[in-house]
Write a protein that binds this ligand. Structure first.
Ligand code: ATP
Length: 492
């Protein structure tokens, strides 16, 4: 027999009716509402993890909850997160109006004390994924916001970089958070917009949120999966309503005088080729990635090139030590003022004195990740942590095609990393010098950051005969991590 310790002190007790049935109710100091019905059975609701909002009218308190579909007797706290949740109402009828207002005040005070957002700004990308973000907002997100008494402003993005433009100039004091109903692309634009502001150091601290409505939803998946929650729009929305947040590393990607900021990943070689070149098979739906992966592995490409990195403690065995770095950015460090008139300039801690190591090609694939998941079903970096100050580098130099095929099939649980062909290390900084394709010196690869092509070996020119990508293919591209620079709403 186990002894029950007195850690929960009931703060309020009352004879009530719940959904019409007489019951004995208590509201415990830790925010747990319990009741035992006269008809038998103990019930429990955790205000923090199961309640959206509440309202008192006369003797009645209407509680708007968000609970697991299979919520049973006395189960409290949102279960194991695996089950689907639904909105559900409970009505508490108090014996007096005085009791009703006392209980309401206590419950509202508790919800206020956990720092939930009250005013949110939403970017909705009507163009992302299956082009259903507006419908998702109206049918799945809005009802939860209304139940939680959250005031919201919605802005549909009209074109590429629209979200970045708005984030650069919007009045952030009006909001407790900026949420993207989109794929990862719009979130990255918001981070870039915030960091281009004069007041970037306060602007970047505004809590960011992501509700999956795109093709690439790696951030939403990483956040929900970190607590074992089911990947869904409503779970992502509820995690924003609850208001917990975690710090998020921001990566500065720099080449010469060009820079931008990333929060997800950068990839070159096999994965970038599959991600970008398979676009032409979009008509196949989700099968396009499997089909094109197979095609690329059968006709496997390798790329010449060179990488340098500052390993995290414990990862110094990889690569060869180098004394002097041929930094891509030495010139620019002294020239920082020219990079941008204002805004964030990159991590304050210098990496110049660090012990760099290097690896020479050819490479099959180089993949750097800030969070574990790159998409709903692809987990390249199982050990990635949102704010450890490191990028997880996954490098494949050589691998038989049959082994590569089986690695690709193990991408959905991260187990591919155990293969002896996969080099997995954590780095503080990374430099990529992408080269030409082995056996075909006229062809280069693709460097893809957060789903966008940033450099292409086969030059693509626009109608003004200017190279259309942000960066050049060949010269080093440097990535440095600023630990926990941003904040993101997280399930816990
Ligand atoms: N109205 C719009 N028309 C065209 N592009 C837009 C519009 N609004 C946003 N965008 C752009 O769409 C891109 C992708 O957005 P997002 O990440 O939300 O969706 P996605 O479906 O995951 O993306 P992808 O097209 O890379 O698969 C972003 O770069 C964004 O700038």
């Amino acid at each position: 027999m186990t002894m029950k310790t007195e850690i929960e002190t009931p703060t309020l007790r009352e004879r009530v009716r719940i959904d019409g049935s007489p019951a004995e109710a208590s509201l415990v100091a830790d925010g747990t509402l319990r009741w035992s019905s006269d008809n038998g059975g103990e019930w429990c609701l955790a205000l923090d993890s199961e309640v959206l909002g509440l309202e008192a009218v006369g003797l009645r308190i209407a509680i708007r909850a968000f609970v697991e579909l299979t919520k049973g007797l006395a189960s409290c706290g949102g279960g194991n997160g695996i089950g689907k949740r639904v909105r559900r109402g409970y009505v508490l009828e108090m014996p007096t109006e005085e009791a009703a207002s006392r209980w309401t005040e206590r419950m509202k005070d508790y919800l206020d004390s956990i720092g939930r957002p009250k005013r949110l700004f939403f970017f909705v990308n009507p163009f992302g994924g299956k082009k259903s973000a507006c419908k998702i907002f109206d049918t799945e997100i809005k009802p939860l916001l209304l139940d939680a008494d959250i005031l919201y402003t919605v802005k549909e993005t009209k074109y590429q970089l629209h979200a970045q433009e708005i984030a650069k100039s919007m009045d952030l004091l009006k909001y407790d958070g900026v949420v993207c109903v989109s794929g990862d692309g719009v979130l990255v634009e918001v981070v870039n917009g915030l960091l281009q502001r004069e007041d970037w150091n306060t602007a970047i601290k505004i809590p960011l949120g992501i509700i999956p409505a795109g093709t690439g939803n790696g951030m939403a998946k990483s956040l929900l999966d970190s607590v074992g929650d089911l990947f869904s729009v409503s779970n992502a929305t509820f995690s924003i309503i609850r208001g917990y947040r975690c710090p998020l590393d921001v990566v500065t990607v720099l080449q010469g005088k060009t820079k931008f900021f990333s929060v997800l990943m950068l990839t070159w070689g096999l994965v970038a080729d599959i991600d970008i070149e398979s676009e032409k098979y979009r008509w196949m739906g989700s099968a396009r990635l499997d089909f094109y992966s197979l095609l690329r592995i059968m006709n496997l490409r390798k790329y010449h090139g060179h990488v340098q990195f500052v390993p995290a403690p414990g990862y110094e065995v990889y690569g060869e030590p180098i004394k002097q770095t041929n930094s891509c950015c030495e010139d620019d460090q002294g020239d920082k003022a020219n990079v941008s008139a204002c805004g964030y300039q990159g991590p304050a801690v210098s990496i110049e004195g660090c012990q760099w190591r290097s690896l020479d090609g050819p490479f099959i694939s180089v993949w750097l990740n800030n969070v574990p998941w790159a998409g709903e079903h692809v987990m390249p970096a199982p050990n990635a942590v949102f704010s450890d100050g490191y990028l997880d580098a996954i490098i494949i130099k050589d691998c038989p095609k049959s082994a590569l095929l089986s690695l690709m099939l193990k991408m959905n649980d991260g187990s591919y990393c155990e293969s002896p062909y996969v080099m997995y290390l954590k780095v503080k900084a990374f430099r990529l010098e992408p080269g030409k394709r082995v056996g075909n010196p006229t062809k280069g690869g693709i460097v893809d950051s957060d789903g966008e092509v940033i450099a292409r070996g086969d030059h693509v020119f626009n109608h003004n005969n200017k190279q259309e990508n942000l960066m050049a293919y060949g010269p080093p591209i440097q990535m440095t991590v600023d630990q926990g620079l941003a904040n993101i709403f997280s399930p816990r």
